[in-house]
Design a protein around this ligand. Sequence first.
Ligand SMILES: [Zn+2]
Ligand SMILES: [Zn+2]
Ligand SMILES: [Zn+2]
Length: 369
Amino acid sequence: MQTMTASPMMFPVHSYEYREFPAGTDQSSAYIPLPDVQIRTSGGLSIPAHASILASVSPVLENMLDRPRKRRSSEKIIPILGVPCESVKAFVRFLYSSSRCSDEDMVNYGMHLLALSHVFSVPQLKQRCTRTLCARLTVDNVVDVLQLARLCDAPDLHLKCMKFLSNEFKAVEQTEGWKFLQDHDPWLELEILQFLDEVDSRQKRRSRKREEQNLYVELSEAMECLEHICTEGCTIVGPYDKEPPTKNRGPCNKFTTCQGLQLLIRHFAGCGKRVNGGCRRCKRMWQLLRLHSSICDQPDFCKVPLCRQFKLRTQLEKKGDDARWRLLVRRVMSAKAMYSLSLSKRKREEGPREAIHANPPRTRSFTTL
Ligand SMILES: [Zn+2]
Ligand SMILES: [Zn+2]
Ligand SMILES: [Zn+2]
């Protein structure tokens, strides 16, 4: 015989024991009030229970129990039909004490218990079923659980099912559940397909944004690298006022793009076609130099070629840069700020080092090998 205790916290008024009475058991215990209601299941099972406990947990059961009966002496009967007997037993156990409904019950009857918790308005059970079902979604059950989540107004479970569907759609599409849904619930099918479409376009938007962000980070690094080449000099290009770089110097260990940028600079310095001739590489260099000038805040001391010339030209033309260019400049500046912050953080962690731009000379050209 199994003994169950109603939790005093859940049932402050009636803190007494509930027992399932097998046939032939002596029910006349002095400590246990007699059950005054029978719960009938589809399989013809009768589960004895206490009306006051059922009513204290479920307002729906409370209403049912309050209904006038034909005869005052007639026994109260609550029919709970359409679900397996065992799930009704688990439901009644939960009503007496949430801890009496085991994890095994949840695993075996989670879907039925969710339906019961919704119909009889027992939110604590609904939450527990939602958690269990969320954790046990599979390719084969997700469509059924989704339909149930919709019927039972369980938004968390609904969302979880939708996300699961969008991740596993190719496999779910092959299941009987999906085929049944297509035949019988075209509105839900449409809702799911729309959700998948939104997820898809959201992912595309996100990856486009990420690509854009990467571009700004690359440009801001190119700006740092350009200053490094024009101020300190590197392996094949150096500032105008310094000795040409020596051939036997190792590869640049500051910027991975340094070698490429130096080659571009060397090309720019010697190209016959230049920008007017339509050379693609020169145009790129020209844009980098213009971008540098747009974000440079020390044009008078700057050693990057054309920095002051670009600034002067913008001032003389008076019209300023167009909106798209200004946006690009803003984005690169913020990426550069992020870069310097992470760099200074790294420097703080590594300890103080010599400042690179301590006293930059006034030259605005470079020497190349
Ligand atoms: Zn370098
Ligand atoms: Zn060129
Ligand atoms: Zn500059």
